[in-house]
Design a protein around this ligand. Sequence first.
Ligand code: NAI
Length: 287
Amino acid sequence: MVVGVVGSGAMGAGIAQVAAMAGHSVVLFDSNAAALEKAKNNLTATLNKLQEKGKINNATEIIGRFSFAAEMGAFKDCGLIIEAIVERLDVKKAVFSELEKIVNADCVLATNTSSLSVTSIAAACTKADRVMGLHFFNPAPLMALVEIIPAVQTEPSLIPLAKELMLKWGKAPVITKDTPGFIVNRVARPFYGEAIRIYEEGIADIATIDWALTELGGFRMGPFTLTDYIGHDVNYVVTETVFSSFFFDPRYKPSFSQKRLLEAGWLGRKTGRGFYNYAEGAVMPEP
Ligand code: NAI
């Protein structure tokens, strides 16, 4: 089966790598040519590095499974397309509607949305029963969990097939209902939100909060390191979506500090600055 991936950013490139390593031919498309070129270079470098480390012995073969497309028409022979573009309902709907004009009747369309309604995205399609959520975590090649989210319209028989495929890809799938944030992003909102509120109230600084949660709390990354890693453009928008989708439940309230980072373009690691300043090499300021 040929797998298509729409969006070649952090998630799209990672998902493309997972699918290619599982043996699929993969068509990767991005509307931004520079992003596509970057993904191409990064995927090649990553797979060659995995080979150098002895983790794989067929980097060239895997790299040969990718095609990098400048047009969505390249998706016409795909059996599964996973969308990983910007977290905006209007843009995702437009892409799904466009995809339907290109693909075969039996092609399954999946969204990697973190927080939007899969049902709303499916509603953009004439054949809405082929749409589902397949939510990977960042970095997709390393994180085992995948949330499988049937929309209200999804053909039920597709769900065990999706589960089987994710297991074949070496993932740990979990089926969840189409509700804002599903499982992980819902549980994670108060984790980020309370940490930022503790910082805003002057109770502790960001490095101390991160330190407490990693060294003592057992988390692999503290909330500030993690949101810098995810990117504040993605993370803040997910919080806003979950907050409004739960009818403004204060448990999920977004923070001004994070909003200001987003407005400043301090998106985290990818721009060299977020809660921490990576450009100056001060990756973890002293508490
Ligand atoms: P990103 O910003 O790294 O990449 C998004 C890519 O989509 C960009 O290269 C952009 O050029 C492209 N794009 C935007 N509009 C497009 C369109 N109409 N057609 C084709 N390409 C388009 O974003 P990231 O982090 O990869 O996130 C993508 C999706 O995955 C979002 O829905 C996000 O909520 C979800 N997600 C993100 C996670 C994260 O930790 N960053 C984790 C799990 C899901």
